[in-house]
Design a protein around this ligand. Structure first.
Ligand SMILES: [Mg+2]
Length: 275
């Protein structure tokens, strides 16, 4: 497999490798097996915490590296880097917000698993993992409009942002998945998992949503996985064109990785036999 050396794959999880509805990656098993047989490192890059990613990986052993909190924290073979803001800064900003505004404020970092479970609907064991945060903290509060403005201003004073997600306002930094990918590449090179010359490395990235755009823009081969329900978003990849997978989730993941590996190895017959 001479042609497949120097390859590395970065993947988003929810809606990309994992099915949007049942979180299964089973449909991607053939491509995952092929990556493993060819010693191609696969890295997870997700909004999940390192604790959540470690729990997935200790069960399934899919990943050679874990990038959590949207690029804020990286773990490759227990070498941990935190491109995101220091944990102490997150805590200091949350404390300052709590003092300044009119309603009580907790973060996942200061809440018990039971409290996080109540706020999120997660089972308590998963809530505990979601609470182990390095560089971002969803707030549990019931703010007025004035509180939100005030909290946003305080976040900025600490060099942070207050970002409204689906359900929570999250205190976080300016991290992005694209920058984390560059750092992870250097860590993999240092660990001897990739060639030392950047020109000898080919990066493949797969994602489904706007927060994956930075990662796809930095990849040599970008793959957009269509969302399962609703319209497929147009991602700003800075002029780069992504391949669009033929199906959502692990199905599309599987066929696109297989076709990229076929193209790169240019020996589809021998690969079919090897499978
Ligand atoms: Mg996603």
């Amino acid at each position: 497999m001479q042609h497949l050396t120097g390859l590395v794959v970065f993947t988003d999880l929810d809606g990309t490798l994992l099915d949007h509805d049942d979180y299964s990656w089973e449909a991607a098993r053939p491509a995952l097996t092929r990556l493993r047989k060819n010693d191609i490192p696969l890295l997870a890059i997700s909004s999940k915490t390192l604790a959540e990613l470690r729990a997935i990986n200790s069960q399934h052993h899919l990943f050679a590296g874990l990038i959590g909190e949207n690029g804020g924290v990286i773990d490759i073979n227990d070498d941990i880097r935190q491109p995101g803001p220091p944990t102490a800064t997150i805590d200091a900003a949350r404390t300052a917000i709590a003092k300044a505004i009119s309603v009580p404020v907790a973060g996942f970092r200061t809440s018990t698993a039971a409290e996080i479970a109540t706020a999120t609907g997660l089972p308590p064991n998963e809530a505990a993992l979601a609470g182990q945060r390095n560089c971002s903290d969803p707030l549990i509060w019931a703010p007025t409009a004035k509180d939100i403005t005030l909290a946003g201003n305080i976040a900025r004073e600490y060099g942070l942002k207050l970002v409204k997600g689906g359900r929570f306002y999250t205190l976080c930094g300016e991290t992005d998945k694209g920058a984390a990918m560059q750092t992870a590449l250097k860590m993999l090179q240092k660990a001897g998992k990739l060639p030392t010359g950047r020109a000898d490395i080919t990066t493949i990235a797969l994602g489904d949503s706007p927060n994956d755009a930075g990662m796809l823009a930095h990849a040599d081969i970008a793959v957009q996985i269509p969302v399962k329900h609703g319209p497929v978003p147009t991602l700003d990849l800075g002029g780069k064109t992504a391949r669009i997978a033929p199906a959502p989730g692990p199905d599309g993941w599987n066929s696109t990785i297989n076709s990229i590996l076929d193209d790169l190895s240019q020996t589809p017959t021998s690969i079919t036999k090897a499978r």
